[in-house]
Design a protein around this ligand. Structure first.
Ligand code: PLP
Length: 379
């Protein structure tokens, strides 16, 4: 038998979460008598650790898929995805362009270097494109001063039949916790792009689900949002649990207890004796460690559910194992199931908060050595 650890990926939960996002957008825009924005389901980083194939199977209600890797994009086409696909960082070398054209993959253009590669390209098929504006994230995108120049360059490429549609895009830096700053970014975007034609795309999960930003979004005949993390059942907001949005965990990480021992009061547990028993206690050893993707920085007290009962991590997480306090679960023994995060366990965001990181990092960092079980859609 292989190690008793398993990550369960729930396709019904993935599908449900997309539905929640679409319904939220529908409700918000119906009120304002605007059309519902189109949705790029973001599936970068192997669909935030859930698997590209799982995402393609579950996100059929999305209007498009967005990712970074050209090979993952081609794989989505091979899996039968016929709707738009967007590469959020665009392309990296001229040789990419023919592949993009062959598979009808849309691109983000964020540098003049990319424009020059397009200048030198001899194409049969025009690519759909989005010209990215830096409105304050200071990561990718043309500056406000360069944007018009970039847009005019794109229109020349359009006349040469290298680009088809040209959209306008930006990215928020603080949509999860700073409404005022995000409104400033929206205002910069509007000021710079309002006289240019084309569809717009601004929002990640936080921008999409934020109760505060809707009223400030620019008018456009066509808008696309780019939710990622919320589709996987993790909240983009530190102060709002995913469950408050009706989102369901799509990944559950569970492992069995492989050993139990009594530890007398005063004795240390695990490396560095980072935890010392306050009283005589029973300790379970769980077959999951940081080499499986459980965060090594999670401290004693991080929640773990054993047989459905909430208890806590104790001591330092080792490479292949971690220890759990069995005091509140006297019936637990070897073979009992510990849920590290997900369904019938703590929310991944809560574990992440204890470890000083985000649900994003834990989901993406699930190790390849962890076996996966895919819970299929009930059709
Ligand atoms: C990752 C990413 C998103 C999705 O972000 P979430 O916070 O996961 O919703 C959207 N847009 C771009 C450009 C991204 O890189």
């Amino acid at each position: 038998m292989s190690r008793p650890i398993l990550a369960t990926i729930s396709l019904p939960s993935l599908r449900h979460n997309l539905k929640v996002v679409i319904q939220t957008l529908h409700d918000a825009t119906a009120l304002a008598a605007r059309p519902r924005p189109f949705v790029w389901a973001v599936i970068k980083a192997n669909a935030y650790g859930h698997g590209v194939d799982q995402a393609v199977a579950s996100f059929d209600a999305a209007d498009g898929l967005a990712m970074l890797d050209i090979n993952e994009a081609v794989r989505c086409r091979e899996q039968g995805w016929t709707k738009p696909i967007l590469l959020l960082e665009g392309f990296f070398e001229p040789a990419d362009l023919d592949v993009l054209a062959a598979h009808h993959i849309s691109i983000v253009i964020h540098t003049f270097e990319q424009m020059h590669m397009l200048d030198g390209w001899h194409s049969q098929v025009a690519l759909h494109s989005w010209i990215k504006l830096n409105t304050g994230m200071n990561r990718l995108g043309f500056s406000g001063d360069d944007y018009l120049l970039a847009f005019e360059h794109a229109r020349r490429l359009q006349l040469e039949s290298k680009l088809s549609s040209i959209g306008k895009m930006t990215h928020f830096s603080c949509a999860d916790d700073n409404v005022a700053l995000t409104i400033e970014q929206i205002e910069r975007f509007t000021a710079c792009t309002k006289n240019l034609p084309g569809a717009i795309s601004l929002c990640n999960s936080a921008g999409t689900l934020s109760p505060d930003l809707g009223a400030y979004m620019p008018e456009a005949h066509e808008q696309w949002v780019r939710p990622g993390i919320c589709l996987y059942g993790s909240s983009p907001f530190a102060h709002i649990p995913a469950a408050d949005f009706g989102l369901l965990p799509a990944m559950t990480l569970a492992a069995d207890i492989i050993s139990v021992r009594g530890v007398p009061a005063g004795q240390g547990v695990g490396y560095g004796h980072a935890f010392v028993a306050e009283q005589d206690m029973r300790v379970g050893v769980v077959a999951c460690g940081y080499a499986d993707g459980y965060p090594r920085h999670a401290p004693s007290g991080t929640p773990i559910y054993v047989n459905g009962v909430r208890t806590r991590l104790i001591g330092r997480v080792s490479m292949d194992m971690l220890m759990v306090d069995l005091t509140p679960v006297p019936a637990a023994g070897v073979g009992s199931r510990a849920v590290l995060w997900g369904e019938n366990g703590p929310p991944v965001d809560e574990v992440a908060a204890f470890a000083g990181t985000l649900g994003y990092e834990l989901l993406c960092a699930l190790a390849p050595r962890v076996p996966r079980f895919v819970q299929d859609l009930e059709n």
